[in-house]
Design a protein around this ligand. Structure first.
Ligand code: 9D3
Length: 249
């Protein structure tokens, strides 16, 4: 059975980028996943079809009303099954990680709620939402782009979504270090040469160079990931010697 994902959003057209393009579009056409859309505006019947109102206590912006969101989740649960996991995209959520993506890719149907305005009525979150997820400490205009990042990351994990080449790349990414630099033709571009070792055909040396450049990039840009890898026992004696040679100069 393919992965069923429900999305609750006022901006359904944004998700065409996922359903039509690239790896996620191909995976959808292969039947690996399915997207169900639910619009809170379809759940309100007043003349203005209001889905937001002013916050109690005053202050800037508007709050998404609990009732249209709750009705949307109920409609989604009826369609996807009561065991569906309800995730709200929110700046207040736990930061998204690779481990979380893997877990969600292996779980039941997902219902993802995207907020607009200042946020969602807290009573909706307490009564309907299993967990809140953020994509980082910066502000975007709504939950749709964060939801699309989450869905993209999940769909890439589904068996058959990536070709063999892409899967191998994914494996090297999942090792917890940053990737090494990549080069293609021509051998010299604007006076810059492709590192000689990559043109040597010596695969043991190439592998060692790539590992070392991964370590170099990680130590420089994300030193905390080196500590994580070290504590997880993922650094060899050769890795430690290379890292020591970097901080030594
Ligand atoms: C100071 C008040 N703002 C909170 C940071 C209000 C606010 C701004 C933007 C409330 C919601 C939003 C819309 N953003 C999201 O819904 C969102 C988000 C984000 O902005 N950054 C990182 N991850 C996420 S997940 C959902």
């Amino acid at each position: 059975m393919s992965l069923q994902i429900g999305v609750i959003t006022l901006f359904e057209p944004m998700f065409a980028a996922l359903t039509e393009l690239g790896i996620t579009g191909r995976a959808l056409r292969q039947g690996l996943w399915h997207l169900h859309n639910f619009n809170p505006r379809d759940e309100v019947t007043d003349n203005y079809r209001r889905v937001d109102d002013r916050p109690y206590g005053g202050g800037p912006g508007m709050v998404m009303l609990a009732e249209p969101l709750t009705r949307s989740v109920q409609r989604a649960r009826a369609q996807l099954g009561s065991q569906a996991r309800v995730i709200a995209m929110s700046p207040q959520g736990l930061p998204l990680t690779h481990d979380k993506v893997i877990t969600l890719s292996q779980s039941a149907p997902l219902i993802i709620v995207c907020g607009r305005y200042e946020g969602m009525d807290q009573r909706f979150i307490e009564s309907q939402v299993d967990e809140q997820i953020s994509v980082g400490d910066f502000v975007v205009s709504g939950g749709e782009l964060p939801a699309m990042m989450l869905i993209d990351a999940i769909v890439r994990c589904l068996p058959g979504a990536l070709n063999d080449e892409q899967s191998a790349e994914q494996d090297s990414f999942a090792n917890g270090l940053l990737d090494c630099p990549h080069y293609s033709r021509p051998p010299v571009f604007e006076g810059r040469e492709v590192p000689e070792v990559l043109q040597s055909g010596n695969h043991a040396l190439i592998e060692e160079w790539r590992r070392n450049e991964s370590l170099r990039a990680t130590l420089l840009n994300r030193p905390e990931l080196i500590d994580v890898a070290r504590r997880a026992g993922r650094l060899s004696a050769a890795d430690e010697r290379f890292l020591a040679s970097l901080s030594g100069v």
